[in-house]
Design a protein around this ligand. Structure first.
Ligand code: ATP
Ligand code: MG
Length: 561
């Protein structure tokens, strides 16, 4: 195998083979086919990156096709959100299409099938039909309605279409083979009656085609060369092909689409089914589809994820032929890696204690020049105010500590980032013994970057801080995983909601450096020594809100060590 071939994923290898066997490159065409019944999640991102990635690799068009055959669950809100998310991820579709645009064509083809004796109306109960379906090891039995005359079938089907029959009373079935080893081939339902308003076709229809009798035909009409879906559709492939055969023979379009399957993306510590995500939204367990704890694209965006990090995650996790679970730590690693390269470094204190620098003049303030990134060019700098009273993190001070504690302790020195070396002299406690103030002295000549001997002095720890009188108050939302279990929906006897983490959101009142006053919604920062944070859309003129995207610690990188 050549190097080039090895780096191809198995879908690309299939395409290469088809090209080698004579498929012309300009016939390649792909599609991403979401059902507009919810918001896109990180699993969809795998499919988006795969399909649009193929489009880029082969310079082929990729359609965005809304698979909207179930009016009960579909809404325009979802259509809009899906488009926004795909664009945000950085992909461009060729045509925006809807399965519902093909309803008339599907209906016309169906009439032909009925006339050819390949479809019939059944009015048995769904229970009865289920019994007749048989089992994977036993053949099914034929419906007593299977041999209705063409005339009768046409009459009943038109009655279904015209709204003369009740919902659930009749279905149209393909007449294939009740003894087929593939259960999907045992006279599958093609149409059901649903007297529901459709988000695009309104009340034009009260019969709606089933997924199988829509998907392949939509692929065919759009001349999709490779219709890529997830593994659960593998057993539908025979039916996909049977349906395509019927319309292929009756039409003039040259290309016969083929379905190929890959394993769904599963992610640890979350659920991905839209039905379950909808439950979290409806039961107000989260604030909405874009709650930063959700595995949705919109949730991840609000959390501070970049499009680049999601594409990188999809590529790194890759695609597979077998079901598997991707560790959420990989996703976290991808955003950390991206923000490490792109996010400006600033200072914020999340759990403050006051430090008074007793030998610093009371009215003095300085504006220290501080780089947004000490190691990379091009980030620029800002002025950080310094004064006699500052905040540091509570956990950065101890009265006494062993030699491994490289932060502030009584009698010892630390450097304040971008500023001076200070030494802790004593501390003040309240009646409960809680430390309320730390009194320090500073070395006046030790200012970072001033070039003096003292400024070059090496002290073990460096702390972040903010000046008390210049600090901005901010609300910081610190997130933990939404579920306490690795596979919340993998328990037979327990509902996934039993594993909701009660501490998945912790709201903190923090102090941030004043430069952040001008930050805009979705701006991303590294709060030094703490992690990556992003400005939330709830931010107002008077209330600055940050989401913690990820802490600095990288459990994925550690696993690789
Ligand atoms: P869900 O079960 O989450 O509701 P779905 O398969 O019903 O998902 P669709 O809107 O029908 O969602 O999916 C659109 C496309 O995205 C389909 O081609 C589907 O196979 C793919 N897709 C959906 N979920 C995943 C996933 N977890 N991993 C990879 N691809 C996915
Ligand atoms: Mg679906």
């Amino acid at each position: 195998m050549s190097e080039e071939k090895k780096s191809l994923n198995f879908i690309e290898q299939i395409i290469e083979e088809d090209l080698a066997n004579g498929l012309s490159k300009d016939k390649l065409r792909f599609r991403f086919p979401p059902e507009p019944n919810g918001y896109l999640h990180i699993g969809h991102a795998a499919s988006i990156c795969l399909n649009f990635g193929l489009g880029l690799r082969y310079n082929a068009p990729v359609n965005l096709r809304f698979d909207d055959t179930n009016p009960a669950k579909e809404e325009q809100e979802y259509v809009d959100a899906i488009k926004q998310d795909i664009e945000w991820l950085g992909f461009k579709w060729d045509k925006e299409l809807y399965s519902s645009d093909y309803f008339q064509q599907l209906f016309d083809w169906t009439i032909t099938l009925i006339k050819e004796g390949k479809a019939y109306v059944d009015n048995q109960s769904s229970e009865q039909m289920a019994i007749q379906k048989g089992t994977p090891t036993e053949p099914g039995t034929e419906s007593p309605n299977r041999n209705r005359s063409v005339e009768e079938n046409l009459e009943l089907f038109f009655k279904m279409k015209n709204g003369e029959l009740a919902e659930g009373s009749h279905v149209l079935r393909a007449k294939i083979d009740m003894k087929h080893t593939n259960m999907h081939m045992r006279d599958p339902i093609m149409y059901r009656i649903l007297k529901k308003h459709h988000h695009r076709t309104g009340d034009d229809w009260c019969i709606y085609p089933m997924y199988d009798w829509t998907h392949g035909e939509s692929d065919y009409l759009e001349q999709i060369s490779h219709s890529i879906c997830t593994l659960e559709f593998k057993s539908h492939r025979d039916l996909y092909d049977w349906y395509v055969d019927q319309v292929f023979n009756a039409s003039k379009l040259p290309l016969r689409p083929k379905q190929r399957e890959f394993a769904r993306r599963n992610l640890s510590y979350t659920v991905m089914s839209k039905r379950k995500l909808l439950q979290l939204v409806e039961e107000k367990i989260v604030s909405g589809w874009d709650d930063p704890r959700m595995p949705t694209i919109s949730g991840l965006r609000r959390r501070g994820y970049t499009p680049n990090s999601i594409r990188k995650f999809s590529d790194t996790a890759g695609i597979s032929k077998r079901d598997n679970v991707t560790d959420v730590a990989l996703l976290e690693h991808c955003i950390k890696d991206d923000l490490n390269k792109t996010a400006p470094r600033v200072m914020a204190v999340l759990d403050p204690v006051k430090v008074i620098i007793t030998n610093y003049p009371e009215d003095k303030e300085e504006f220290l020049d501080a780089n947004y990134n000490d190691y990379e060019e091009g980030f620029g700098s800002r002025a950080v105010p310094f004064s006699r009273e500052i905040y540091i993190e509570k956990e950065d001070f101890r009265e006494e500590a062993n030699k491994k504690f490289f932060r502030l302790k009584l009698g010892k020195e630390v450097r304040l980032k971008n500023a001076y070396i200070i030494k802790a002299e004593n501390c003040v406690k309240d009646a409960n013994g809680i430390i309320t103030e730390i009194h320090c002295t500073y070395d006046e000549d030790s200012l970072s970057g001033s070039g003096t001997e003292a400024s070059k002095r090496k002290v073990k720890g460096t702390l972040h801080w903010v000046s008390v009188k210049h600090a901005e108050k901010a609300e910081v939302r610190v997130y933990d995983r939404l579920f306490t279990d690795e596979a919340p929906d993998g328990h037979k006897d327990k509902d996934f909601k039993e594993f909701i983490n009660p501490d998945s959101l912790n709201i903190i009142e923090a102090f941030v450096e004043p430069s952040l006053k001008n930050a805009k919604i979705l701006d991303r920062f590294q709060f030094q020594r703490l992690g990556y944070f992003c400005v939330d859309k709830d931010t107002t003129e008077t209330n600055l809100v940050f989401n913690r995207t990820v802490p600095l610690r990288d459990s994925w990188a550690k696993m690789g060590e």
